[in-house]
Design a protein around this ligand. Structure first.
Ligand SMILES: Cc1ncc(C[n+]2csc(CCOP(=O)(O)OP(=O)(O)O)c2C)c(N)n1
Ligand SMILES: [Mg+2]
Length: 564
């Protein structure tokens, strides 16, 4: 615990600035004007970059990308009129268990219910998207509430927190009180604790794994938060157990590892769904076993023997009846299993591992023509294959939802666990600002965002923000001139084939995003042929400004649907 300042009278602004710096915050993302005095104190007392954005939702997404990339809570802020825009932006962080702390201006008890300009009661709207939703009415509460915000955001399964400060711009920060800016460094990053599992539970789960002939691991976002990839892969190798991941856990194992079978679920790789459905025991680790990971509980089927390891007790057995469960931190549990594991039991899984190898090669053979396609317009699968080859060894890949999530979840491979992968938990438009935030959180690592054109349109103004704040992310736009994930749904709605007008519902004017990006000060590169993707990435990686690579792709290309 570090104490900044003494028990002297200080303003809330001084305390908040000191505490944010004390927790290691390097960037805050906001639309002005909120906590103005705090921003002045940040300038005076700290090196925190105050990234001033074009919208509160994208500020929240930047904070989210910062948090998921760095493991440190991401901070976003808005005055009262922008508060619900921030709330909307917390929804993805909530779904993805990302530690984001939102600070907003709020009401003053002296004037509420009198028709104050721009004011409604924002607090209830934060309830469904936060783990902790609180108001600070008295300046003396700054220290303990800020500490609680960091504690809740990072503990257990992480998630967003909202603090509403009194005054439409949080003017309570100008007031003074005797305060001590105590900082609990433990909660400055995830995970703050590594709870030890019950030894008997570890043994029981390991016994089941070692006895079974066709077990499989399904690794989720909890493995990534825990930093347990090394232990997971070591245990998988020792016991010869294949690994599927959720979309949120994709970077827990490299795609090139022989035991890696891909992302399972709805936005998935066919090989993973096939393998999970053939398994005689599924071990979920740090996964909420939700609809996307299980293809709406069809993969595996409910009733398949299952084990679960999780840090949240109420997650255990939530969707699948369990033969064994272990409560604890993923890294600690997997390390304990590894220590007790009996390598000799791996032999009985020889035939299973052979089956997995065959399923893996069948998948690559089936999709080889698309992965290597040199069609014009470019096929998105080829774009994914180029990224597999050319994302740098320490690259962070940030992926949008919809087809972007399907293409990259299914077709892209990480080459090492030093690379990171983060994905939208469902919101179109999340990835571009999240990539900017990821670059702020990890300035020394290349950040490559993959988004569709519909996804990019959402927050395109933030190109200017990235340029102004030198947050040099690379954004690859899979530009097919429409939201073509919607095509299948409209085909169905029109009873098979859409009318010509129906395309008005999901297509746009053709656009050259490279040119738009250049106008905003970024480097724009337009790519129309697949062979030009690799040189464009090389140029982007060497650039000293944000880059938009506008890849003209095939509007008729539809990502393969999940199998069950
Ligand atoms: C906030 C939000 N609104 C709507 C959707 C529904 N949606 C999913 S994908 C999609 C279109 C995606 O288009 P684009 O980003 O261009 O990718 P493409 O499918 O063309 O590759 C839409 C509208 C969503 N996921 N999130
Ligand atoms: Mg599109």
């Amino acid at each position: 615990m570090t104490s900044i300042g003494h028990n002297t009278k200080r303003t809330g602004a001084e305390v908040l600035a000191d505490m944010l710096a004390g927790y290691g915050v390097t960037h805050v993302f906001m639309v002005p004007a909120v906590l103005r005095r705090t921003f002045a104190e940040m300038e005076r007392r700290t090196k925190i970059a105050r990234v001033h954005c074009h919208g509160e939702k994208s500020a929240a997404y930047m904070a989210d990308g910062y948090a998921r990339a760095s493991g440190k809570p991401g901070i976003c802020m808005a005055q009262v009129i922008g508060a619900l825009n921030i709330a909307a932006g917390l929804r993805d962080a909530y779904l993805a268990h990302a530690p984001v702390i939102a600070m907003t201006g709020g009401r003053d008890p002296k004037t509420k219910f009198r028709g104050v300009y721009q004011e409604v009661d924002d607090v209830p709207a934060f309830e469904p998207v936060t783990k902790f939703n609180a108001t600070i009415d008295d300046v003396a509460r700054f220290p303990d509430m800020v500490r609680q915000a960091f504690r809740v955001a990072t503990s257990g399964a992480p998630g967003p927190v909202h603090l509403q400060f009194r005054g439409n711009e949080g003017q309570v920060d100008v007031e003074e009180a005797e305060m001590e800016a105590l900082v609990e460094a433990q909660f400055a990053q995830v995970p703050p604790f590594r709870p030890m599992p019950d030894a008997a539970k570890v043994t029981a789960a390991l016994d089941l794994l070692q006895k079974s002939e066709r077990p499989i691991f399904v690794a989720g976002g909890g493995v990534r938060v825990s930093g347990a990839a090394r232990e997971l892969v070591a245990l998988a190798e020792t016991l010869q157990i294949p690994v599927a991941t959720s979309l949120n856990g994709k970077d827990c194992i490299s795609g090139t590892h022989p035991l890696s079978i891909g992302v399972v679920g709805t936005y998935s790789r066919e090989s993973a769904n096939r393998a999970v459905n053939l398994a005689d025991l599924v071990c979920f680790i740090g996964s909420s076993t939700g609809g996307m990971t299980t293809h709406f509980w069809a993969v595996p089927k409910i009733g398949t023997p299952a084990i679960q390891i999780d840090i949240e007790p109420e997650a255990l057995g939530r969707n699948y009846p369990l033969q064994a469960s272990v409560l604890g931190d993923a890294k600690t549990v997997l390390a304990a299993m590894l220590e007790q594991s009996d390598k000799a039991t791996a032999k009985k899984r020889g035939p299973w591992v052979k089956d997995i190898a065959a399923i893996r090669s069948e998948w690559y053979a089936k999709y080889k023509p698309l992965l290597e396609s040199d069609g014009v317009p470019i096929h998105p699968a080829r774009l994914c294959a180029e990224l597999t080859k050319h994302v740098p060894d320490d690259g962070i890949v940030v992926v949008d939802t919809g087809h972007a999530g399907m293409w990259m979840g299914g077709m892209y491979d990480l080459r090492s666990t030093k690379q990171s992968y983060m994905r939208s938990a469902g919101h179109l438009g999340w990835a571009f600002p999240a990539g900017i935030g990821a670059k702020a959180g990890c300035p020394d690592r290349p950040v490559i965002c993959f988004t569709g054109d519909a996804g990019f349109w959402y927050h395109i103004a933030e190109v200017e923000t990235a340029v102004r704040w030198k947050l040099n992310s690379i954004t690859v736009v899979n530009n097919n001139g429409g939201g073509n994930q919607s095509k299948r749904g409209f085909d169905r709605a029109y009873g098979g084939t859409q009318t010509e007008q129906a395309r008005e519902l999901w297509t746009y004017r053709p656009m050259n995003f490279a040119r738009l990006a250049e106008d905003m000060g970024a480097l724009g590169i337009r790519v129309e042929r697949a062979d030009d993707i690799a040189p464009a990435l090389a140029r982007a990686l060497a650039a000293d400004r944000p880059v938009v690579i506008d890849v003209v792709s095939d509007i008729e290309a539809l990502a393969p649907l999940a199998v069950s």
